[in-house]
Design a binder for this molecule. Structure first.
Ligand code: ATP
Ligand code: MG
Length: 370
């Protein structure tokens, strides 16, 4: 990271156990040309995502430019071949959908990444639906005032609907705010309304403000081992907002596992240092059990070498925590929420649905071997 290259990057190298290379180091490792003027593309006059410091040395460097200049990412196949292979793999592996064994105890997974739009909500709802299709009892807690997870799961969340706000701020029992997902049996939801936007501030003065969600989950009697009874949830997936405030903190205190979706694009690792530092802090002071168990590569475009390069880089940093299944970029995935559905019911045979099913299977398998 050059001295002048600051905005949005300053947190990257601050963690000792996981060090993130800078844009320049990453690019150099892949033999991207550095400080080379890339000829402007036709129609590429729009704003570049480069910082102004870099913009001084070359005009516009788009993702497509980088992909073209990535000879170090050796792959003999054509991008189309890789795309096809990925789709076929997802289809083959998911043909049989036998139920998975239930985990020994409820697995509470926090889906978080303070970077916006990386696929947190999409991954939460689709993994939840996929796990339910694999015979698991699942609860989704929508912890984002945007309520996108509630929309995608087809549950009401107009202002005033009892949900996460009442749970956290009023201390309402979980049973009062849980609703069933109409499309997927064995999938329950705690909806989020816009009221939750005020919770970050209202919670500040509340006693044990960061432990409210944990208290509600434990108090429900439906999390834990077999002693919690047949009604027990096998998985609780918590969809976090794109920030590291009190709402996300409540999730990190409540869960033992963290699932970080990472979008397969050039700036994917930015901000992860800050996220992991927060995890360390929570582990040290509030929840020693917390671990980053799962990294999911989302919106993977197999036609670009850039996506493969980013995914490799994520794997180099996180190793086996990265699921082998990458979620492809797919229109069906993005249009499903507008029908109040997950892609698992909207188009179960689509590559997106099959990939989420396979990812869910990987997650469930990890739980058995753990
Ligand atoms: N695999 C995919 N293929 C195509 N589009 C996708 C895919 N995954 C997510 N998207 C789209 O990308 C956008 C961001 O996804 P999503 O809302 O899941 O991200 P997020 O991390 O929850 O965002 P936020 O930080 O705002 O909560 C949405 O419009 C979604 O439909
Ligand atoms: Mg979201």
């Amino acid at each position: 990271m050059s001295e002048e290259h600051t905005a949005g990057h300053s947190d990257l190298d601050s963690r000792s156990s996981v060090t993130f290379s800078t844009d320049e180091q990453r690019a150099a490792e892949r033999n991207y040309p550095q400080n080379v003027a890339v000829p402007p593309q036709e129609g590429a006059g729009e704003v570049s995502r480069e910082t102004s410091a870099n913009a001084a040395s070359y005009k516009v460097r788009t993702a497509a430019d980088l992909a073209d200049y990535a000879p170090a990412i050796s792959d003999d196949e054509t991008p189309l071949a890789r795309a096809t292979e990925h789709t076929l793999l997802a289809r083959q592996q998911s043909q049989a959908r036998p139920p998975m064994p239930r985990p020994r105890a409820t697995r509470i997974m926090v889906v978080a990444n303070q970077k916006g739009g990386v696929g947190k909500t999409t991954s939460t709802v689709n993994l939840a639906a996929a796990l339910a299709q694999l015979g698991q009892r699942v609860l989704v807690v929508d912890l984002d005032p945007q309520g996108n997870a509630s929309t995608a799961l087809g549950v009401e969340h107009f202002q005033g609907t009892p949900g996460t706000y009442e749970l956290l701020v009023d201390g309402a029992p979980l049973s009062d705010v849980v609703v069933a997902c109409p499309e997927v049996p064995t999938l329950d939801v705690v909806p989020a309304t816009i009221d939750l936007a005020g919770a970050e501030i209202e919670l500040v003065s509340v006693v044990a403000r960061e432990g409210r969600l944990k208290k509600a989950l434990v108090g429900s009697g439906r999390v834990g081992d077999a002693s919690a009874g047949e009604d027990r949830w096998d998985y609780v997936l918590i969809d976090c907002p794109p920030s590291l405030g009190l709402l996300t903190l409540n999730a990190l205190v409540a869960g033992a596992e963290m699932l970080i979706p990472i979008q397969a694009e050039y700036y994917a690792l930015e901000g992860l240092g800050q996220l992991l530092k927060t995890v360390d802090m929570v582990r040290a002071h509030l929840n020693p059990e917390l671990a980053v168990s799962t990294i999911l590569v989302t919106m993977y475009d197999a036609r670009t070498r850039l996506a493969a390069g980013v995914a490799d880089e994520v794997r180099n940093h996180f190793g086996d925590q990265v699921l082998r299944t990458y979620i492809p970029r797919s229109v069906r995935v993005s249009e499903a929420p507008s029908y109040g559905q997950t892609v698992m019911t909207y188009d179960p045979g689509s590559p997106g649905a099959l990939s989420y099913l396979e990812a869910a299977r990987e997650i469930a398998r990890k739980g058995i071997s753990a």
